[in-house]
Design a protein around this ligand. Structure first.
Ligand SMILES: *[C@@H]1O[C@H](CO)[C@@H](O)[C@H](O)[C@H]1NC(C)=O
Ligand SMILES: *[C@@H]1O[C@H](CO)[C@@H](O)[C@H](O)[C@H]1NC(C)=O
Ligand SMILES: *[C@@H]1O[C@H](CO)[C@@H](O)[C@H](O)[C@H]1NC(C)=O
Ligand SMILES: *[C@@H]1O[C@H](CO)[C@@H](O)[C@H](O)[C@H]1NC(C)=O
Ligand SMILES: *[C@@H]1O[C@H](CO)[C@@H](O)[C@H](O)[C@H]1NC(C)=O
Length: 179
């Protein structure tokens, strides 16, 4: 019986312990430095460490990680918007607002694609501006739902904005002439 309890406690501790990536005890100093400058440190650390390259990434690697995350987030939201627009139970009034968001997110996706091309060609000067465009698109979409209690994209809008802001900070590592 005692033995069973010991095993059980061991098992519970092991299972309850979050994986290192999610604890915020980061192993990459640059991640700390970047996330420290964002409005949500926890979000930033969790997002960046969701990529296996992050622990050993330099600034250039982290730029690929952060722009990649923002891009995936924006395209996933685009798909979600397309589904809502296609849903016959979505009210016409909401569809009108969703169409604005669809336009916003396509602008965000283009900006992030351009940023990705820039990164591939090691062209850094307009990265921060492009990331800013993606963040602005998230804001713009959210404002389309102002005054309604319908905000199907609120979490996604938060994600894209937060991820874009990480991109802005990473971009500034290049243009500040630190590297
Ligand atoms: C993060 O910011 C705090 C306060 O702004 C500062 O004390 C700390 O040294 C910073 N950490 C890093 C890793 O930059
Ligand atoms: C910060 O991010 C975490 C993790 O994504 C989230 O749970 C939390 O609500 C966020 N905090 C704020 C103030 O938005
Ligand atoms: C966007 O990213 C956040 C944090 O990485 C994640 O929690 C959320 O599910 C993502 N949303 C989409 C639509 O990909
Ligand atoms: C829209 O709905 C139709 C019918 O339910 C479905 O066949 C089609 O694949 C949907 N398109 C999208 C983009 O979800
Ligand atoms: C959506 O984004 C806007 C602008 O960034 C923000 O003010 C709002 O709080 C966000 N909504 C949620 C639920 O995160």
């Amino acid at each position: 019986m005692v033995r069973f309890q010991v095993v059980l406690i061991f098992f519970l501790c092991y299972v309850a312990a979050p994986p290192p990536a999610a604890t915020g005890s980061s192993t990459n100093k640059l991640v700390d430095k970047i996330c420290n400058q964002t409005s949500n440190y926890t979000f930033c650390v969790q997002a960046l460490y969701s990529d296996p390259r992050t622990p050993t990434a330099d600034a250039y690697g982290l730029a690929f990680v952060s722009f990649g995350l923002a891009y995936l987030n924006a395209t996933a939201t685009q798909d979600h918007i397309a589904q809502l627009l296609n849903d016959t139970t979505t009210a016409a009034n909401h569809k009108r607002r969703l169409k604005l968001c669809q336009h916003d997110y396509s602008k965000a996706v283009s900006a992030l694609e351009e940023a990705y091309d820039d990164l591939n060609s090691e062209t850094f000067f307009q990265l921060a501006k492009l990331a800013g465009h993606a963040a602005a698109a998230a804001d713009d979409c959210q404002s389309a739902f102002k005054g309604t209690h319908f905000s199907p994209l609120a979490t996604m809008n938060y994600s894209l904005k937060a991820l874009s802001n990480i991109c802005v900070i990473v971009s500034k590592l290049f243009t500040a002439g630190i590297l």
